[in-house]
Design a protein. Sequence first.
Length: 253
Amino acid sequence: MKTAREEIILTLNEIKALKFGSFTLKSGIVSPLYIDLRVVPSHPALLEQVMAEMYKVVKTNNAGIDVEFQQICGVPYTALPMATVLSVKEKLPLIIVRKEAKDYGTKQMVEGNYKKGDNCLLIEDLVTTGGSVLGVSQILEGVGLNITDIVVFVDREQGGAENILKSGYRFHSVFKMGEILETLERFNKITPELKKAVEDFLSNNSNLSSGNQAGHLFSPKFTPHHFCLNQNFSYFYFIVTLTIQFFFFLSRA
């Protein structure tokens, strides 16, 4: 008889959310493992089960702690449908963080109705070094929201949990890669050799900085505000250079 957790892991493997082979990551590193949780929303029953487990781990870990959530937010894009399911089920208002600010309309990075001081539960599908979720937490805090808890579905165990905890948040995860690999090996879905290869890869690539995570939304040291400043400086430098060249041309005429 399989446990509910084993069923989830085996289903993830069956729908190819867990891929084994040779994959070049955005960082250029070749990985024997690729986790693609974007396929989960294509399986509504699994998505509902995933979100039930995510909320349960938060409630269990926070037992005895006086904390309430007035908002919920999913890190774009994969965690957005996850957060939506939990929002509907638990009647928690959902807010959305854009990946980039628009130069039209409201031009806001955070969309939705909220009040300053609202505590927002932040949801992420997968954490490697924590760069993406920490970037979103900074954006939410920048508009006056409070972030105390971050919950992820899969912790790759490459430093993300430690980075999030060091940043002052409570960290919750449903699965760690160790449990996933052990389950797949026990049910003969992967060989002991493949399990060892993935474990070695994760161990050898666990010292990445959260600010350098491939695919992070915003580095903690590089926000949209800094980007605007850099753009303005470049424009100013261009104008000054053009003006100097113009007057130099006149003096030679």
